[in-house]
Write a protein that binds this ligand. Structure first.
Ligand code: PMP
Length: 426
């Protein structure tokens, strides 16, 4: 038995499914989850001392790679000063200022502890601001495990086959209107019919929880247009895309300005952080300025702020995203070429430093139905093969992959060579 197998057995005695977040259980790919002991740069090391090249990056935060010396240094320094006070600190303002500078649509920002909290708060704020109940989301998009948003959700909910979770009152779910991602006419039709009841649209500006699906031209523009026409709030969930698709997120990359933005992952540099922010007049509705309540014992925690701010500073260095995007491109082109050589139909999609692998004949994948038509069994075999080769991909066919700055050209070359070996066996 491997250490991971032993540890997984023990974990299942005390933790539901042995994990604290469902996709980690490997239900989407079979086999035993790998238990990790440490990580450095582009590599993860498991409890059996095997090394893996990492394309998960703690599900997105580790854009610099693991255990970056700059992050370690600020964390150590903050530990010496105390790990939290539950009172204002200077670093919270530094962080807020940095976020407002990097994401110009954000005029005021509130820190929270996870992406889920960020989207949940943004939805409450949009409802409070507009005095409306209905929200629009898109099938296969995941916005955290918020009650109103676990309707036709992606990510682990999709991997585990529970896109509509039990435990959510029908009376709440009925306020969530679910449309098809990238379906411009569907959006127009719903807004023509009931736009004056819709508080907000929430969208992943690049969908990363049903694999990786960039918006088709005109999709995000249409969302902006209908929200303007009907007085609804446009919320970009940039928990995944923020600071990754470009320094200014997907909104910077595509040039669309949302009213509110939810952030997570990279903003915490690996510590539990989320944030939501946007237009001043909307954000001023939040307590203590306004009546919409939102709070958090650990929100703005100085350790978390230190790691997050150091990460945002590091990725602000000139050329950072160009280099990261070039690495992602090298990976995607290499994998595509390896699949072509093996005669395996594979479509590789990319937005900035996130990517998706689709085992399909379709030259591009733009809709949820197309994602569902991909060969999941082949993905599982590919995943397991790559794992044996020491390449750690997200353990689900419905998750985007992430590239970190710590990956060298040689790491990517090694990954493509591993893929060549694995694809030849499929
Ligand atoms: N929104 C998006 C787009 C996400 O990808 C995720 C998590 N993968 C969330 C929200 C929820 O974030 P968290 O897991 O930190 O609650």
């Amino acid at each position: 038995m491997t250490q991971s197998e032993t540890l997984f057995e023990q974990a299942q005695k005390y933790i539901p499914g042995g994990v604290n977040s469902p996709v980690r259980a490997f239900r989407g790919v079979g086999g035993t989850p790998i238990f990790f002991k440490h990580a450095e740069g582009a590599y993860l090391y498991d409890e059996d001392d095997r090394r893996y090249i990492d394309y998960v990056g703690s599900w997105g935060p580790m854009i610099l790679g693991h255990s970056d010396p700059r992050i370690r240094q600020v964390l150590h320094a903050q530990v010496d000063l105390g790990v939290g006070y539950g009172a204002p600190t200077a670093i919270e303002t530094d962080m807020a200022k940095k976020v407002c500078e990097l994401v110009p649509s954000i005029e005021l920002v509130r820190m929270v502890n996870s992406g889920t909290e960020a989207t949940m708060s943004a939805i409450r704020l949009a409802r409070g601001y507009t005095g409306r109940d209905k929200i629009v989301k898109f099938e296969g998009c995941y916005h955290g495990h918020v009650d109103s948003l676990l309707v036709k959700a992606g990510s682990g909910a999709l991997t585990l086959g529970v896109p509509n979770s039990p435990g959510i009152p029908a009376s709440l779910a009925e306020h969530t209107l679910t449309l098809t991602y990238n379906d411009i006419n569907g959006v127009r039709e719903v807004f023509d019919r009931m736009g004056d009841q819709i508080a907000a649209i929430i969208v992943e500006p690049v969908a990363g929880n049903m694999n990786c699906i960039p918006p088709v031209p005109g999709f995000l523009e249409t969302l902006r247009e209908v929200c303007d026409a009907h007085g609804s709030v446009l919320i970009f969930d940039e928990v995944m895309t923020g600071f990754r698709v470009s320094l200014g997120g997907a909104q910077g990359f595509y040039g669309i300005t949302p009213d509110l933005t939810a952030l997570g992952k990279v903003i915490g540099g690996g510590l539990p952080v989320g944030a939501f922010g946007g237009k001043r007049d909307i954000m001023e509705q939040i307590a203590p300025l306004g009546p919409v309540y939102q709070a958090g014992t650990l929100s703005g925690n100085p350790l978390a702020m230190a790691a997050g701010l150091a990460t945002l500073n590091a990725i602000s260095e000139p050329g950072f995203h160009d280099r990261l995007t070039a690495k992602t491109q090298q990976l995607c082109e290499g994998l595509k070429q390896a699949a072509d050589e093996a005669g395996i139909p594979l479509t590789v999609q990319r937005a900035g430093a996130m990517f998706g692998l689709f085992f399909t004949d379709a030259p591009s994948v733009t809709t949820f139905d197309q994602v569902m038509a991909c060969d999941v069994e082949r993905f599982k075999a590919f995943f397991q093969g790559m794992l044996k080769e020491g390449i750690y991909l997200a353990p689900s066919a419905f998750e985007a992959g992430f590239v970190s700055a710590a990956l060298s050209s040689q790491d990517i070359e090694a990954t493509v060579n591993a893929a060549r070996t694995v694809l030849a066996t499929l």
